[in-house]
Design a protein around this ligand. Structure first.
Ligand code: GLU
Length: 292
């Protein structure tokens, strides 16, 4: 079986050293496995993603020495595939339209004891989880903004116990066979009124449609894997293996952000850094000479 890896940036800014590490690690592992590397543009957020970022990302990746299969998949061109998955979840009665505004969520969850998800956000209070279909339809027709959320408890019950194989490690050193814990995320957003999908939904649909066997990505997405396993199971999609890697941090130990000039690949290229310098700087071995 050909192993298929992917690097999946969001074209909402320039790449930095953290992206370079993830992309090059995917490329190295794909090469070692005699497999393939795919690039996927995670551009569902149409307000923040731009074609010029996509172009500069692809240019940087080629400059780093990566080679990938064509075509590059753009999520914004596949909303119908995500809507079909959303329809399946709807038919299973596992999603509901939620209408609470940010301020209403804040008010309902302000107690210090209110549970928080692994990213630190309060769990959705679920006050509209049990609205009747006609009441929900009335609110949708009134064109209130809403998000489709997963009925987490019902989804977990429908899916049964879940695990995934971690070949790297999570933020606390978790490795090997990991018991998935999607309940920690509460009723996650699956799609929005104006964007018919979400990160979680499109990532599992695309990993399946693209035949991804190996997901290699930053450890900041380790806990999200539990939601991905849940959605894969509900939608009868195959499960890849996972390898989460440590993040490249700045001198103060913070995660890099897209606005960070000094660690941006563009600025490093402009001051004369070579792809070999970048590999050395982020602790990757020199690129082997391509086989002829
Ligand atoms: N698009 C995500 C990001 O840029 C990566 C998603 C993934 O690898 O699953 O952080």
């Amino acid at each position: 079986m050909t192993r298929i890896f992917r690097f999946a940036p969001s074209p909402n800014g320039e790449l930095h050293l953290g992206h370079a590490f993830s992309a090059l690690l995917n490329g190295d592992l794909a090469r070692e496995a005699g497999g393939q590397l795919l690039i996927r543009m995670e551009d569902i957020d149409l307000a923040r993603c731009r074609p010029e970022f996509e172009a500069s990302i692809l240019d940087d990746l080629a400059w780093l020495g990566l080679e990938w299969e064509q075509p590059v998949r753009r999520q914004s061109e596949h909303f119908d595939a995500y809507e079909a998955a959303l329809d399946r979840l709807r038919a299973m009665d596992l999603v509901y339209p939620s209408f609470l505004s940010r301020a209403e969520i804040r008010a309902a969850t302000e107690s210090p004891e209110w549970p928080r998800d692994p990213d630190g956000a309060p769990l959705y209070p679920g006050l509209d989880r049990d609205l009747s279909n006609s009441e929900a339809a009335k609110q949708i027709a009134a064109s209130a903004p809403y998000a489709w959320r997963l009925k987490m408890d019902a989804a977990i019950e429908a899916a049964g116990p879940l695990a995934f194989l971690e070949l790297g490690s999570g933020p606390d050193g978790e490795t090997g066979q990991i018991v998935a814990a999607p309940a920690r995320w509460g009723d996650v957003v699956i799609a929005r009124k104006e964007i018919p999908t979400s990160y979680h939904l499109s990532v599992v649909v695309d990993d399946a449609l693209q035949g991804i066997t190996d997901v290699v990505r930053g450890e900041d997405l380790f806990h999200a894997t539990s939601v991905h396993r849940l959605l894969q199971t509900l939608l009868s999609l195959p499960q890849p293996t996972y390898r989460h890697h440590g993040l490249i941090r700045d001198a103060a130990g913070r995660k890099l952000s897209k606005s960070e000039g000094a660690t941006g690949l563009r600025s490093l290229r402009n001051i004369g850094a070579t792809p070999a310098d970048i590999r050395a700087h982020i602790g990757l071995p020199p690129q082997p000479t391509p086989r002829t």
